[in-house]
Design a protein around this ligand. Sequence first.
Ligand SMILES: [Mn+2]
Length: 224
Amino acid sequence: MLNELGGLDGYHATDPEEWRIGHHPFAVGAVARPILDEDVCGDVCACWEQGQKLYLFLADGLGHGEFARAAALAALASVKNHPPDTLPTVFAHCDRDIQHTRGVAMGIAVIDPVARTATFCGVGNIRIVLLGQRPRHFSCSYGIVGAGFKNLLVETLPFAPGDLLILSSDGIIEHFIAPDPPPGEPWSARGLAEAILAEWGITSDDASVLVCQALAGEGDDERR
Ligand SMILES: [Mn+2]
């Protein structure tokens, strides 16, 4: 099952806000906005369940416009259609599958709801930050999916109820600070993604933000 977040009409996303993997709920929301004066966004965010894990995906097709989007969608199709495997294998397959495209920067986070972990791998200029007890930034490897990369890093971190995971493209200023929710009402995942885009997005590139928060399930103590 796949929900692509971030539609052709730019600042827009379909919003399957809550995902449930087994008994474990997650809130997921995303926005994608094309570069100024362009209708088509080359950044693509997606979220799906595979093998009882939650996959979060963000790809930034090189350049912008329809060919950038075609590259990002080809990367999504490659990753989504690959049977569950280690992230380096998924990236290696994708690199071969999308050689005919411009290539992409790509980040994937795989959430294991039972182990309460998130595992990351990324190539190119994708930012991944986990806001838990303390913020952790994940570094992506140098290269382009579709044109080669090396030294893939895979990192697994604890991801407990209350923790937030944020993936963003380089259309969002690096080292952005996630804004506080308005008084009295917590952000929805989509609301937080929109707030980050509004405050930290640049208009000289496609920009996208994907937010996932682990929610407390039955029997969990929510930490914050
Ligand atoms: Mn970009």
